[in-house]
Write a protein that binds this ligand. Structure first.
Ligand code: SDX
Length: 379
């Protein structure tokens, strides 16, 4: 039995498990997957290779990467009834809610849904990484009242996603930028969504239940839902000259500025630093630097006001602008976060179930002392 555990609101600073997957130094702004700095993975790796790294805890050989890539491509198609279900659901429902519903429904078409043996979970990881992308693209198409585009098995993961979403094969550069976004968001230790998936997985419930829980957590505006709010804010500001007064007014009202602050990072989120470079490149190529100018003013005003409290841009501050320049609407930003983070969720489930222990924290009781029941006529 543990001694009197310390109480920490929101489990801040509490170590809930041991993991070899992701290292974060929140003071120095370091993020590494299996010890490899995110900057090096963003520069040299691909999403497929990074997904293999996280799922298998090592970089693949060339034949392994080839097979993994083929496996991913072969698992992209959705069961026909799931496509019909998507078409039957309200097309303008929040995409994260549609993703949560359809991932849960996918389990009905998986005869081994309740099998949580490690070998089977590795197969399900490949299946879910691919099918979440296909689902997200389909949701995007239906929102625009467009026909769903089936996956193209000859395209790499990111290029295929953009193709299914837009109907056009993306440029090598656009596919590369999107691939880097997926690499950057693939894992992040124990955020609320990963922890939610592990609480469910630790009961030995099925993976569809665990991922549905993760999707529910990621949907929240304090977590993955922030990226959509950021780009909407930037578009609402619209004019660089309005950026400073807009932010100062919201700070004066002690409102939270989405895309800033982090439970772990008390300095610049290294992912935001990388995405900022891509945004600047994309803006110059688009010949429209207005959004970037607004973001840089917003960033300066917020850091001037809150930097001393350790509040800096997080990954969500620039991810929305990257997607904006790729022609992706704000509503799909959190699902795009999910199609990357499914990798981390599955990697942590695989790792945790190797030495599973049911999550069951406790509370510090502050209710009334033990006492007797009072019959209703005496109350
Ligand atoms: C993600 O955990 C992860 O790893 C998540 C993630 C991942 O990869 O999975 O990195 C992805 O979710 C990034 C975060 C996206 N969320 C947002 O951008 C929403 C805005 N951010 C804040 O709500 C907040 O910073 C959190 C929720 C992210 C973290 O909050 P904490 O650690 O619970 O900090 P807090 O709410 O206790 O805030 C501490 C102080 C407060 O001021 P005081 O009451 O002490 O005076 O900082 C202030 C807060 O008001 N503050 C902010 C702020 N964030 C914190 N003030 C203005 N704007 C903000 N964004």
């Amino acid at each position: 039995m543990s001694t009197e555990a310390t109480f920490s609101r929101g489990l801040e600073g509490v170590i809930a498990a041991e993991s070899a997957l992701t290292y974060i130094d929140g003071q120095k702004g370091i993020l590494a997957y299996l010890g490899i700095p995110i900057e090096e993975l963003a520069e040299h790796s691909t999403f497929e290779e990074t997904a293999f790294l996280l799922l298998h805890k090592r970089l693949p050989t060339r034949p392994e990467l080839q097979k993994f890539t083929e496996d991913l491509a072969s698992h992209r198609p959705l069961p026909a009834p799931i496509v019909e279900l998507l078409k039957a659901l309200p097309q303008q429902a929040p995409p994260m809610a549609l993703l949560r519903t359809t991932i849960s429904a996918l389990g009905h078409f998986d005869p081994t849904a309740d099998d949580v043996s490690l070998g089977t979970l590795h197969q399900k990881a490949v299946q879910l990484i691919s099918q979440l992308a296909t689902l997200t693209a389909a949701i995007g198409r239906l929102r625009r009242a467009q026909e769903i585009i089936p996956p193209d098995p000859t395209l790499p993961h990111s290029a295929n996603f953009l193709y299914m979403l837009t109907g056009k094969r993306p440029s090598a550069e656009a596919a590369r930028v999107f691939d880097v976004l997926l690499i950057l968001q693939a894992d992040h230790e124990f955020p609320a969504s990963t922890f939610a998936s592990l609480v469910v997985a630790s009961t030995l419930s099925d993976v569809y239940s665990a991922i549905s829980a993760a999707l529910g957590a990621l949907k929240g505006p304090l977590h993955g839902g922030a990226s959509e709010q950021v780009i909407r804010m930037i578009l609402e500001i619209g004019d660089p000259a309005k950026a400073e007064p807009y932010i100062k007014e919201r700070l004066a009202r002690r409102e939270r500025i989405m895309g800033f602050g982090h439970r772990v990072y008390k300095t610049y989120d290294p992912r935001a630093r990388i995405l900022k470079e891509y945004v600047q490149k994309l803006a110059l190529q688009a010949g429209d630097t207005r959004l970037v100018e607004i973001e840089q003013i917003v960033e300066k005003v917020v850091i001037d006001a809150l930097g001393a409290k350790g509040i800096f841009p997080n990954v969500d501050f620039y991810s929305g602008t990257v997607c904006y320049y790729l022609g992706i609407e704000p509503e799909l930003l959190t699902p795009i976060f999910a199609i990357s983070r499914i990798t981390g969720w599955m990697a942590h489930i695989l790792e945790y179930l190797e030495d599973n222990r049911l999550f069951r924290p406790t509370t510090r009781y502050i209710g009334p002392p033990l006492r007797h029941y009072i019959p209703i006529d005496q109350r």
